[in-house]
Design a protein around this ligand. Structure first.
Ligand code: ADP
Ligand code: MG
Ligand code: MG
Length: 871
């Protein structure tokens, strides 16, 4: 086996794998010439060998350890027994990834009854020496012997109380001596062992304790939660002590090189004079803000500022630094890349590019695409959330945001109250296209069923409306207009708050924090757009959404769903007449009543988009969705249409399908009723012609959904083109349009070489393709998919992140088949996976021309697309 121990200044040491994060950075800082107390690191391999050998320290390790101590003694000119130059060390654990739950640090190791007197004599400060000793006894007792810290704390606090000392630093040397004696008794009482007086024994026991702590339960749970492998092992750092507690010219502190919540370029941190280790964070005394150091110790402050710049330039990232000052001399004890909020991440990345520290590519890699959501949607105030009363424990964060409003249980009430200016939360078991008007006015949508791709979730994300689905511990009783939860009942009008970013519901109103987009963010996003190879389009149809998406720099529209153009009141009648029609002429007449509405809808979309490409998907849902369901509605509609209730009901029964997801929908509708797509084509073409006459250029891409065969595609596209040409001829104007195919069935993937040459473009619909490849209904999969993901039967929910090995391979194959005859063939993805970073990486790698997702996911997708290129 290779070397088990590396000194911090060893030229040949490197890497977090072997040295752990803390050790690697201590070595790095030593090489940079920073004031780091000397020391050495025992490798993670030594830890693994220890654990593998049934937890015993091998003679090889013991030998290397004693050599390492000898050379540390030589380098520092100190030893574990020298009365003038006494060596004391800290023992610090440090795995590759920072991991709470591992063994804590032991400071002042090497002290014993004899050495403490030597330290007192040498420093002429018995108080200081005994303060170090009592700290060692506490830390060693806790982390090596497992004695609860509260046992020591109780002794310490009651001593202060009995003697009326307010601060730790008020206790004189004699008092600390007394406390030390009591601590030693604790060892006997709690463990039947005495405190080991020999420094070498202290050291080996501490090292073993660090090794063992790798496998303690807290550490294991943490690793499971964060997908950290269990076989990495931890390193141990042994480092010469420096003393922040040796008087008022000493101290200890922590700082971030920039503000971790706003990103402001200004040191952010705290320190305490005459203190050691974790005193700063333990809240024993109130720490000072870091700038105050500039007045207390200007030279130290200046040196610290220089070092923070040096470290940032070296690591090219914001640093989280721990330091100690001993008698006016500064030491750096730790540095690592600092954790930060999303807005801080963007600001820091931006500023570092401006300062020439990093490239735009580096900056792009510094921000997590998933965190971008936080910047676009309002958020609740964190403190207010903690004290708020929770309504539910379960619920999926289907569409981010933070909303407060009054509960309503129906679309009608949502409309009435919403139009009267009230803020409403629409609460339903699940939503259907008929709820659209209620959903539009709602501040938030809550459903007790459905999952991340349910109707409510998809529509809400599209609108940027806050939405929580699958709140399984809330029961809606629509009849009585109440919803019950574990601790109570909600009635219409009750005020609740919905957190779409976490899936949690709260009683009452919760204060929000401001969410304004910075100029830095806008600029940062233009870099992402420059760097990415793929375009990012939006899925949108309302002007509000389209404007939002273009605001975020979407390069076009990847999916206009035309369903909603059939669902508003007046059009629904036309559609219902169409369904009840007896022949072609009647069908055309019924559709004619919808034509003009659609034409003006399209006109608005095309006007907003101009020359940017727009894909319009022709009608997709099964016809029964357009018919009424409840007895009451059926009566009303029969009246409206002038037919008998019985007749209407017979149509409803006829259209009823055992498996509507696999039934008469998508392009199959137009095979039966070509009039549908012809009407939609006419509406689109007429609006294009109108715009062209106004001098507005456009770029329409007509898309046929759910295609399974080349013949089917040819039949339909011929009819569409024929209608388009006749409209053009009639007007004497030529406009810009192409016709393409939505590939969302496995068969279409398998036969893409037949279909693609007939079409101008392909767009993959990943929701249906996933559903059909797995044979999982996406509306029902929510009931069991959790078990697959939790039980590691599946890595991720395939409706949330692309199933690369299955669905992904179908997509890849289809792209290859399509590109075989034309390497530049345009292929894209619409559907929610187009907004998922992991899926985006795959789409980039297989050469997709663009991805498309709901407007509020566009910035995150753009960032992920840029990262895919840099990676
Ligand atoms: P953590 O991983 O919990 O941050 P550390 O190993 O960084 O644990 O130790 C915690 C604190 O102990 C440090 O921030 C520092 O204040 C103190 N400390 C560690 N080693 C030394 C040392 N050699 N000299 C002085 N203080 C030390
Ligand atoms: Mg700690
Ligand atoms: Mg630390």
């Amino acid at each position: 086996m290779s070397k088990l121990i590396y000194a911090f200044n060893d030229e040949n040491s490197s890497g977090k794998d072997l040295l752990g994060g803390k050790g690697a950075n201590l070595a790095e800082m030593t090489r940079l010439g920073l004031p780091v107390p000397d020391g050495f690191t025992i490798t993670t391999e030594a830890c693994n060998a220890y654990l593998a050998s049934g937890e015993s320290l091998t003679s090889v390790l013991l030998e290397e350890l004693s050599d390492a101590i000898l050379s540390l003694e030589t380098r520092t000119g100190k030893t574990f027994s020298d009365e003038d130059n006494l060596l004391l060390v800290s023992v610090r654990s440090g795995a590759k990834f920072s991991m709470p739950g591992m063994m804590d640090t032991v400071l002042n190791l090497g002290l014993n009854d004899e050495n403490v007197e030597k330290l007192a004599a040498k420093t002429r400060d018995a108080r200081f020496a005994y303060d170090c000793y009592r700290r060692l006894l506490q830390m060693f007792g806790e982390v090596v012997y497992g004695i609860h810290m509260s046992v020591f704390d109780t002794i310490f606090e009651s001593y202060k109380e009995e003697n009326k000392y307010e601060l730790d630093t008020d206790i004189p040397a004699d008092g600390l001596k007394e406390i030390v004696e009591k601590y030693k008794e604790v060892y006997l009482e709690e463990t039947n062992k005495t405190f080991p007086e020999s420094p070498i024994d202290q050291l080996t026991e501490a090292v073993e304790a660090v090794f063992k702590s790798w496998n303690n339960e807290r550490a294991r749970i943490y690793r499971d939660l964060h997908d950290i492998p269990h076989d990495l092992g931890t390193a141990v750092n042994i480092q010469e002590m420096v003393f922040g507690n040796s008087g008022d010219n000493s101290g200890t502190g922590v700082l971030f090189t920039r503000n971790p919540s706003t990103g402001e370029h200004k040191l952010y941190g705290e320190y305490l004079l005459n203190a050691q280790g974790e005193d700063v964070v333990a809240g024993i005394r109130t720490p000072q803000e870091i700038e105050v150091l500039n007045t207390q110790m200007p030279e130290v402050y200046e040196e610290l500022v220089g070092i923070t710049k040096n470290l940032e330039n070296h690591y090219k990232d914001m640093q989280d630094i721990e330091f100690t000052i001993e008698n006016g001399k500064l030491f750096i004890l730790q540095t690592r890349n600092g954790k930060r909020t999303a807005s801080a991440a963007v600001k820091i990345a931006y500023d570092m590019v401006q300062d020439g520290v990093i490239s735009k590519e580096d900056a792009i890699m510094m921000v997590d695409p998933k965190s971008i959501d936080q910047l676009l949607h309002p958020q609740f105030d964190d403190e207010a959330l903690e004290t708020a009363e929770r309504i539910s424990e379960y619920g999926l964060p289907a569409s981010p945001g933070a909303s407060t409003g009054m509960v309503v249980f129906s679309t009608e009430r949502a409309k009435e109250l919403g139009e009267a200016g009230e803020k409403v939360i629409l609460m339903r078991p699940e939503t259907s296209p008929e709820d659209i008007e209620g959903m539009v006015v709602a501040e938030a949508i809550v459903t007790t069923h459905g999952g991340m791709t349910s109707h409510a979730a998809v529509v809400a994300r599209g609108m940027g409306t806050c939405c929580v689905t699958a709140v399984s511990d809330l029961k809606i009783d629509g009849e009585n207009g109440v919803a019950t939860y574990a601790n109570g009942v909600l009635k219409e009008g009750d005020i609740i708050s919905v957190n779409g970013s976490t899936g949690k519901l709260y009683l009452g109103e919760i204060t929000k924090k401001d969410q304004e987009q910075s100029t830095e963010f806008a600029e940062f996003m233009t870099w992402a757009k420059e760097i990415s190879r793929m375009d990012v389009r939006m899925n949108a149809e309302t002007s509000k959404d389209i404007n939002a998406g273009f605001e975020f720099n979407a390069s076009g529209i990847g999916l206009v769903r035309t369903e909603h153009m059939f669902f508003q009141e007046e059009r629904l009648i036309g559609m219902r007449r169409f369904i009840l029609a007896q022949n072609h002429a009647e069908r055309v007449a019924a559709l004619d009543t919808i034509l003009e509405y659609q034409q003006s809808d399209f006109e608005e979309i095309f006007r907003l988009s101009g020359e940017r490409p727009v894909i319009v998907r022709l009608l997709d849902p099964p016809l029964h969705e357009f018919l009424p369901h409840t007895e009451n509605e059926i009566n009303n509609v029969a009246n409206q249409l002038g037919v008998t209730t019985e007749l209407l009901k017979s149509y409803i029964t006829n259209l009823n399908e055992l498996n509507p997801m696999l039934g008469h929908r998508g392009c199959r509708l137009a095979i039966t009723y070509p009039e549908l797509y012809e009407m939609q084509t006419e509406a689109m073409l007429k609006s294009l012609i109108k715009l062209k006459k106004e001098g507005i250029e456009t770029n329409l891409e007509i898309m046929i959904p759910l295609i399974v065969t080349a013949e089917e595609y040819k039949t339909l596209s011929d009819k569409i083109k024929a209608r388009a040409e006749s409209i053009e001829a009639e007007a004497g104007v030529k406009v810009n349009y192409t016709v393409g195919v939505m590939i969302e069935t496995p068969r279409a993937c398998l036969t893409a070489e037949e279909i693609a040459p007939l079409a101008d473009f392909i767009s993959f619909g990943t929701n249906d393709l996933t559903q059909l490849t797995f044979g999982f209904s996406r509306d029902d999969a929510g009931k069991f998919i959790g078990e697959y993901v939790d039980g590691a039967l599946m890595e991720t929910d395939p409706f949330q992140s692309l199933d690369i090995n299955g669905v992904g391979q179908l997509v890849k194959m289809a792209v290859e088949k399509a590109r075989a005859h034309n390497p530049n063939y345009k292929v894209g993805v619409c559907g929610e996976l187009g907004g998922d970073p992991r899926s985006i990486q795959f789409f980039n790698d297989i050469g997709m021309s663009y991805v498309s997702c709901s407007p509020y996911r566009v910035p995150g997708a753009m960032l992920a697309a840029a990262q895919s290129v840099v990676k």
